[in-house]
Write a protein that binds this ligand. Structure first.
Ligand SMILES: *Cc1c(COP(=O)(O)O)cnc(C)c1O
Length: 639
């Protein structure tokens, strides 16, 4: 124990434990000796670590406002390497005769910069792309260079889509059409005859294996995508009849995203590999087994089969898959295929961190109560006061019920004019003092009544923050997904306040009141008191997957500023790319306003106001300038 621990002082180690950064950080994030969050794509090379606070001051100096989404190029690079090297190691270790080819599903983060970097960093592994629509195919073809890499086409395909895919085959790309519905077979065959190009055909199947997690609908019998086994046979027969069975080269399934349990992954691989072996027996050349996505991210760092976590590592995922494929195929003498996975979440999740500042805090204040009440106090308020004075560890549930009861009574009396505003205000002080006392007693107990489970969040501070949940972390709102959130500095200080986070939309859903915890879910987040005038910054981590394109324009808060960072092994870094977020005019254009017309129309109003003698001509100039600045500004709170 060092001296400060003896003194009971707060330490870096305590912050690490409290915020779980070592558990979810994947080796990329840690805390510095001066209490700031560090990012380090080189994991073991300590010299390369950079403080996020340094990056923030760099961004501030350049005049960019919060919120900012940081993208760390190296983390993307590093995750692509991890996936490819892990498959390579597993294959070498188990003496697998096939190979691995990863593809990145564009839908997980479609931003041009992201997909471009995937193709750039992925080139040394022939890492390809997966597309699910015409637009994604068009995007992929503009970015792909590597003809060894796979280009997997899922989703509904019309003639235009298929023609474009066939042309890419003609140009030498390894483009596969994955048949999702029976009706697609005929169009693919017809277009390929017309254009004189042989397609590479894959089949997407429905498995009977089911998986736990948010997205379980994608995999099982009832999933809306893919062929059942009798449809598979129909396709095989059609291809045989048309003399095109030699085009059938790939088998695909997708169980769903974020599969937390390795057992579900294994049983799906086993089942699909059996189908693969049977297709080889039917005479199809095959060669590719595409296991879709599902490789999960450990958002809460608990390493369990909880939906926000996973009970396996990337290495275990690869080993289990390779092993399962080998076991099944070796017993039927089928050659080992090229294994393809469509891992999106794991590839890009760590890459992005959302940074924002706290704008304001509504503190939960502890009210002091008098020792006794005035004679004339209404009866119900006296009763509430007695409840307050009678709290012990043993009767907290009872006191809680009584406090709620009397509070409601008092509110009723207020409505009927029997309690004054002043009296009601005083009763609220008693009520919140009571809830606070109950929460304190609860904390001393090992077992407490289930009603009181959430009581801390009722007395939490509200930290108002400069971002929009709907724009930047929509899954937090839509499916209650948890992301690690923590202060970026002051981590050598005890965080004395328990907080929930409210965003700038002022929507009642625009809040975060569930936080990661190793054993459970927390309803409050420990944060530091704001120091007068000092900025206080928080980060939301692991937000690179799915959040950016699902985000919406709730209350017209637009895209945030994005800054791309490249970190060098010696600990220096470059801000390589800066994408300015939406201006007010931008977001208004998305919802069909025309900023030019708006200025004209507002100017007319100002002119009328001059005519009516409300403002002067020089007022008009100032007012118009304010309006135009408003249009040009960032949609978030600017300094
Ligand atoms: C969404 C999707 C993926 C990506 O899954 P992750 O779990 O993010 O890796 C892969 N394949 C298909 C067909 C998908 O729809």
């Amino acid at each position: 124990m060092n001296k400060s621990e003896v003194l009971g002082r707060w330490t870096k180690a305590k912050s690490e434990e409290l915020y779980g950064v070592k558990n979810w950080g994947n080796g990329y994030f840690s805390i510095s000796n001066n209490g700031e969050v560090l990012v380090n794509p080189y994991k073991d090379n300590e010299q390369a670590a950079i403080s996020l606070m340094d990056i923030i001051s760099g961004i501030r100096e350049r005049g960019l406002d919060m919120p900012v989404l940081l993208r760390f190029e190296n983390l993307l690079d590093s995750q692509i390497s991890l996936l490819n090297e892990s498959f390579r190691d597993a294959m070498n270790k188990l003496n697998y005769k096939g190979d691995y080819r990863g593809v990145y599903p564009i839908k997980v983060n479609q931003q041009q910069q992201v997909v471009e970097e995937v193709t750039k960093f992925g080139q040394r592994y022939h890492h390809g792309l997966e597309v699910g629509s015409k637009a994604e195919l068009v995007a992929a073809l503009s970015l792909m260079k590597d003809k060894e890499a796979c280009l997997i086409c899922n989703g509904y395909k019309d003639e235009e889509f298929i023609d474009l895919g066939l042309y890419s085959v003609k140009m030498g790309f390894k483009c596969f059409f994955v048949i999702e519905t029976l009706s697609e077979v005929d169009i693919v065959l017809e277009r390929s005859r017309k254009l004189g190009v042989k397609p590479n055909i894959g089949l997407r199947i429905k498995l009977s294996a089911k998986a736990g997690g948010h997205w379980t609908e994608s995999g099982g019998d009832r999933s809306i995508f893919g062929l059942n086994m009798s449809q598979v046979i129909t396709v095989v027969d059609t291809l045989k009849k048309e003399n095109m069975l030699d085009c059938l080269k790939l088998l695909h399934y997708h169980l769903g995203s974020q599969i937390p349990n390795i057992r579900d992954i294994r049983s799906a691989v086993l089942e699909a590999t059996r189908v693969y072996a049977e297709l080889v027996k039917e005479g199809a050349p095959m060669g590719y087994l595409d296991l879709g996505g599902g490789l999960a991210v450990d958002y809460d760092g608990s390493n369990t089969n909880y939906i926000n976590s996973r009970n396996y590592t990337v290495e275990e995922y690869c080993t289990d898959i390779v092993e399962a494929v080998m076991t099944t195929l070796d017993s039927s003498g089928v050659e080992h295929p090229i294994i393809v996975t469509e891992s999106g979440r794991t590839t890009v999740a760590y890459y992005s961190v959302l940074l924002f500042n706290v704008l304001d805090v509504e503190r939960f204040e502890e009210h002091n109560l008098p020792d006794s009440l005035d004679e004339n106090t209404p009866e119900q308020i006296k009763n509430l006061f007695d409840v307050n004075k009678s709290i012990t560890q043993k009767n907290i549930q009872e006191c809680y019920n009584d406090a709620l009861y009397y509070r409601d009574e008092i509110r009723d009396m207020f409505k009927h004019g029997k309690v004054s505003l002043r009296e009601r205000a005083f009763s609220e002080k008693i009520f919140w003092n009571t809830i606070n006392q109950i929460a304190k007693e609860k904390q001393k107990l090992k077992n407490f009544p289930p009603d009181l489970e959430d009581i801390e969040s009722a007395i939490a501070d509200i930290y108002y923050c400069n971002f929009s949940v709907f724009q930047s972390i929509p899954d937090s709102w839509a499916i209650d997904q948890l992301f690690p959130i923590m202060p970026l500095h002051r981590l050598l200080e005890l965080p004395k306040r328990n907080a929930v986070i409210a965003d700038i939309t002022c929507d009642c859903d625009g809040k975060i009141d569930h936080f990661i915890d190793l054993h459970d879910v927390r309803t409050t987040l420990p944060l530091h008191e704001l120091k007068n005038g000092d900025d206080y910054y928080l980060g939301v981590f692991i937000v690179g997957a799915y959040q950016e394109t699902l985000g919406d324009l709730h209350n017209l808060f637009g895209d945030t500023n994005v800054v791309s960072v490249r970190i060098h092994p010696d600990g220096s870094y470059d801000l390589v790319k800066e994408i300015h977020g939406d201006s007010v005019a931008d977001v208004l254009t998305y919802v069909e306003y025309d900023p030019k017309d708006m200025i004209v129309s507002f100017r007319e109003k100002a002119e009328n106001a001059i005519r009516e003698g409300l403002i002067s001509a020089s007022d008009r100039k100032v007012i118009m300038k304010a309006y135009e600045n408003g249009l040009r500004g960032y949609t978030y709170y600017e300094r």
